[in-house]
Design a protein around this ligand. Sequence first.
Ligand SMILES: *Cc1c(COP(=O)(O)O)cnc(C)c1O
Length: 390
Amino acid sequence: MNSTFELDKTYVAPTYNRFPVEITSGKGSLLYDINGKEYIDMGSGIGVTSLGFANEDWINAIEKQIRLVQHTSNLYYTAPCANLAKVLCQKTGLKKVFFSNSGAEANECAIKAARKYAAEKKGADYNIIVTLEGSFHGRTLTTLAATGQAHYHELFNPLTPGFVHTPINNIKALEETLKNNKVAAIMLECVQGEGGVITLEADFINAINNLAKENDIIIIVDEVQTGNGRTGKMYAYMNFSITPDIVTTAKGLGGGLPIGATIFGAKCQNVLSFGDHGSTYGGNPVVCAAALSVVNQINDSLLAEVTEKSNYIFNQLKGAKGVKSLSGMGLMVGIEPTSNASDIVKKCMEKGVLCLTAKNKVRLLPALNIGWPQLEKAILIIKQVLGENI
Ligand SMILES: *Cc1c(COP(=O)(O)O)cnc(C)c1O
């Protein structure tokens, strides 16, 4: 057996079902394993390496900062943190940012802020966070409680109390849920990622917006997977008529270094005050310099490219052999195959294309700047495998 497989199986906690592949390097949307086999990457490390591997500007930004100072703690000011916060506010029209290290942490911060806002405004009993069935918000005990998928909860009870799940695209049920609970916030993904690449109906998102505004309920949009250009807009909510009070993001923001961001609108911008929250690594200058390079590269021309490539993928796969349905937005694509999704992913990997699954679907999250030749080749192979596996 490959020695890394052996070491990993011996010493790394067995929480992941890894493919028997050891990745050693990458460039653009190509990855290489220890045997020199080349793969076209259609997963981006689950939506993280949004500008591919070894992006020149991103590496330069990291290199420059790491030679200056790699960490300071939040006792002092650093420019990358302040500049990144400014750019995120400019791109969203929101007001202030709290930095952490992951999607789950970004959501934890949003939940704390929403609870404090409601406690001060309406009373401490207004602490319920409403989330959607099929949602995914993270793996900490609180974000697991937020996650509307029971199978993640089993054996970890009791979870943090105060979360109520309501079905997607059901306005009546949402109205009931809001009527029957003392609600601080509604949290949603505009496109549910882990839940199966499911885009919420525009009418439902609109209803969330209106009901929340009428009742002074905080809207938290979880853009951990959908954010940072993934859907063809800077953030997925911008495709809909909803005005979030808090936006959380992570995954693609750092381009491959760990970062979480909780972005507050006018209503919540000063809710968390001195001593209310913190993170030792949060706002780390190297990570923020990397993220600044990422967000500065997500310009209108890259976003237009995302939409163009998305249209290409949907056109190629629509009605293709072995495809039952397609879902998603931008470069976040769900393919419901007529056969088993994991088998498809395995066969694609053998043929040099790396894909993901989400529930019963094959999920594609390629780099936003994937080259056309690689994209065309990958889709051709995915189409072939889907067609052979009916
Ligand atoms: C991945 C994901 C999270 C959790 O992010 P981590 O960085 O793994 O903590 C939360 N919400 C959504 C929508 C995600 O896709």
